[in-house]
Design a protein around this ligand. Structure first.
Ligand code: BES
Ligand code: MN
Ligand code: ZN
Length: 488
């Protein structure tokens, strides 16, 4: 779908925001007159209150050029924020995309509001049709152009530019998660990352030989039951001052998680193709930063593996030696994400001496129980990073909620045979997972862990801006956080 900003439009569908005060904007009032009062009649007849995103759809007579007018609720007058405009754009696109008409225009006076409405429409327009071979024309969206009619087109266009970049990141994260695990596995994921060099990222891929050399016994242990070679993909965006220590973003990239020898139950196991959601978020973020030419030094590192049961797979009872030298007794091969992350986190700190590290992972089912699908779990050793991510969550709409950490949780990781075990028992599963990761964070490194298992995808009722199976959580949050904290 093509998005543009213009001072007027001859689109077939013309949409206007109507507040709870019920006033028609000037251009809508003109159409009302032209159509002999059809719009005001519809508002009165359809119990239209102007509640946010409520819609009244009015078919225009032949005498009017527009074929259809949509009046969309704007909520309380003067109370419309970024999120409200985004919702208006998304809901409008959702209701009209299959209408049969090709062109849709929405009038938004405010330039920033116009940009946010466009971002909402773009998020709602995402589709992943790659593997449907029998889609008929009427099963595909008809709307091809979305025009935001606004007074200061230039200002709106400028405001949309970074949003466009960030939502490109969301699209990429969704695409990667949607791909089936026979298509997207460590090597093919790494190849997709390599393609991002065309966007200005510097990309390096390590294979099993290099990782063996580095001593990454955790990551390699998880991958050893798979016929697919494990990979570590590193992508750099150095748009900040030379010499400024980078921010490292680390992602869990388990391309498929069967649980390994501690095999998962069958129902919904197919969802575990999404267990690379952290890696998808990091990749999407780096794309967004490159697209909007962020003035910050950011390095993304994603550990790509497949967790399979196999004659060569790790067993419960195995002891792995991580790159840090610390040993781990594997008590459950399904607690594999932390085994991958511990080596990538260590490598990131050793190699890049970052000023901050944030990791993202679909790490625990327990976080879905704690927070549901509306907030990612946040764990951090730094109040500053925690506050920054919380604020960026509220701005971007990808919200996070901090959970506690502490020595008594850490003690649950004690092992009879090694420095630690990879599970903490039934209690506080998301926290003990975070405590495990913290053991691989060096003294003085500012670190946060986002457990995104609840927000990376969800079934059931979803927002219009979240139309696919994966939400694409991450790029908008992290890009916002980097803009707030590292770009002056
Ligand atoms: N990938 C899963 C976590 C997960 C669950 C992600 C549901 C998304 C939705 C992770 O590898 C896992 O299996 N975790 C175990 C840990 C347990 C064995 C300590 C879990 O949550 O059950
Ligand atoms: Mn698992
Ligand atoms: Zn997993």
């Amino acid at each position: 779908m093509k998005i543009s900003f213009k001072s007027q439009s001859d689109a077939q569908i013309q949409a206007f925001i109507v507040d709870e005060n019920g006033d028609l904007p000037a251009a809508a009032a003109a159409l009302d007159e032209e159509s002999g009062g059809l719009l005001s009649e519809a508002l009165a007849a359809e119990r239209f209150s102007g509640k946010l995103a409520q819609q009244a759809i009015v078919v225009m007579p032949k005498s009017v050029e527009a074929r259809r007018v949509v009046l969309i609720g704007g909520g309380k007058p003067g109370k419309r924020d970024t999120k409200a405009y985004e919702r208006i754009g998304a809901e409008l696109f959702k209701s009209q995309s299959m209408s049969g008409f090709k062109s849709l225009a929405l009038t938004v006076e405010d330039a920033d509001g116009a940009a946010s409405a466009a971002a909402g429409a773009k998020l709602a327009a995402y589709r992943f049709d790659t593997y449907f071979t029998k889609l008929k024309a009427d099963q595909k969206p008809s709307v091809k152009t979305f025009t935001v009619v606004t007074e200061d087109e230039k200002a709106a266009k400028a405001a949309f530019k970074p949003m466009d970049a960030d939502t490109d990141g969301t699209y990429l994260a969704r695409d990667l998660m949607n791909e089936p695990p026979n298509v997207l596995y460590p090597e093919s994921f790494a190849a997709r990352v390599k393609e991002l060099e065309a966007e200005g990222l510097e990309v390096e891929i390590l294979g099993e030989e290099e990782m063996t050399e580095l001593g990454m016994g955790g990551l390699l242990g998880v991958g050893q039951g798979s016929v697919r070679e494990s990979k570590l993909a590193i992508m750099k965006w150095m748009g900040g001052k030379t010499g400024d220590a980078p921010v490292c973003l680390v992602g869990k990239g388990v391309c498929f998680d069967t649980g390994g020898i501690s095999l998962k139950p069958g129902p919904s196991m197919e969802d575990m193709k999404g267990d690379m959601g952290g890696a998808a978020a990091v990749t999407g973020t780096l794309l967004a930063l490159a697209k909007r030419k962020a003035k910050a030094n950011v390095i993304g590192l994603i550990g790509l593996v497949e967790n399979m049961p196999d004659g060569n797979a790790i067993r419960p009872g195995d002891i792995l030696t991580s790159m840090s030298g610390q040993t781990i007794e594997v008590q459950n091969t399904d607690a594999e994400g932390r085994l991958v992350l511990c080596d990538v986190l260590w490598y990131a700190q050793e190699t890049f001496k970052p000023q901050a590290v944030v990791d993202l992972a679909t790490l625990t089912g327990a976080i879905v129980i704690s927070l549901g699908h509306d907030n990612a779990g946040l764990f951090s050793n730094s109040d500053e990073i925690a506050e920054g991510l919380t604020a960026a969550g509220l701005t971007s709409g990808e919200t996070v909620w901090r959970l506690p950490m502490g020595d008594s949780y850490d003690s649950l990781l004690k092992s009879k045979f090694a420095d630690m075990r990879n599970i903490g028992g039934r209690a506080a599963g998301s926290i003990t997972a975070a405590q495990f990761l913290k053991r691989f964070i060096k003294e003085g490194t500012n670190w946060a862990h986002l457990d995104i298992a609840g927000v990376a995808w969800k079934e059931g009722a979803k927002a219009a801006a979240d139309p696919s199976w994966p939400s694409g959580f991450g790029p908008r949050l992290l890009s916002q956080w980097i803009a707030d904290k590292y770009e002056g």
